[in-house]
Design a protein. Sequence first.
Length: 121
Amino acid sequence: MGFDVTVLDDRPEFTRPELFPHGATMRCGNIGEEVAGFPHGGDTYIVIVTRSHKHDADALAACLHEPVACIGMIGSGRKVAMVREDFVESGRATPAEFDRVYAPIGLDIGSVTVPEIAAGI
């Protein structure tokens, strides 16, 4: 589809090039700091799929106010509501600012398994 893909994780074992043989750029480091260092332009699409609510929030905080084309975040409706509430109550975002986040990301195809979730995204 013509996208340059960057995979970011704070664990080196998940940023090995052989895990992504189709040419993704690998970055390993602090998630919030690394996302803040991404190019933030109108042709940047960010998909937040981390292992914890904290890492999701760190990534989101680093890009929410940037002029990117799209921000998507995986999570249950409950998790997304918790993150939204945290951002609004802490003053990191207004409800309108948070509304630009596509969350939970993906098509509602009744996904249960990991491959089904991947297909929905």
